[in-house]
Write a protein that binds this ligand. Structure first.
Ligand code: GAR
Length: 200
């Protein structure tokens, strides 16, 4: 059984969707640890209620690599095989990325490479695109740049607000994040350059 490590900073709905799929037996893994850089993250209390190992690791006053060394040490302590960023609002240092090469996933609420960074749903609305969506990708040393494992398209509707659009994207996030984790754990993913292919 593979060990997942979840990193989050807020609500944690993606984490909960992953946890539900594990309970339902559709992801062959266990959540070994949930780590948050925010003490008041709702996702962290949920993890606690679910009886999962949950850790608040404060980042305040620490430089990026010092903090990342603490996080990596915890992930290693809990023997994490695959790290899942689930609304973890920090950029990872090269040290972190190299500690788990090809074994960190992130979910982003846009069709990358469009609208990386913060407020992706607002960026899409402001730009006036007719379709946006979400992306699960392997984390490399850039920001939202790694090889893409899964994407889903969400049409923008007349009268959409950041809230209404974000809610429809979130439904798709919950679906594709678990699909991507399943794929990664299956060992069927081959990554050549930027391109991921899937063995049958
Ligand atoms: C999700 O929409 C996720 O895609 C986004 O934060 C939200 C977290 O929601 N992540 C990013 O914007 C990363 N750049 P959640 O805490 O309910 O899973």
């Amino acid at each position: 059984m593979k060990n997942l490590g979840i990193l989050l900073s807020g609500r944690g709905s993606n984490f909960e969707a992953i946890a539900r799929n594990i309970q339902a037996g559709t992801i062959p893994a266990r959540i070994a640890v949930v780590i948050s850089n925010k003490e008041d993250a709702a996702g962290l209390s949920r993890a606690n209620e679910m009886g999962l190992k949950s850790l608040f690791l404060p980042s305040k006053g620490k430089d990026r690599e010092t903090y990342d060394r603490e996080v990596v040490a915890s992930l290693k302590e809990y023997q994490v095989d695959l790290v899942c960023l689930a609304g973890f609002m920090r950029v990872l240092s090269p040290y972190f990325v190299r500690a788990f090469p090809g074994r960190i996933l992130n979910i982003h609420p846009a069709l990358l490479p469009a609208f990386p960074g913060l407020d992706a749903q607002k960026q899409a609305l402001d730009y006036g695109v007719q379709f946006t969506g979400c992306t699960v990708h392997v984390v490399d040393e850039g920001v939202d740049t790694g090889p893409i494992i899964r994407q889903a398209v969400v049409p923008i509707e007349a009268g959409d607000t950041v809230e209404s659009l974000s809610a429809r994207i979130l439904t798709e996030e919950h679906r594709i994040y678990s699909e991507a984790i399943r794929l990664m754990l299956s060992g069927r993913v081959r990554i050549e350059g930027r391109r991921a292919t899937f063995e049958p």
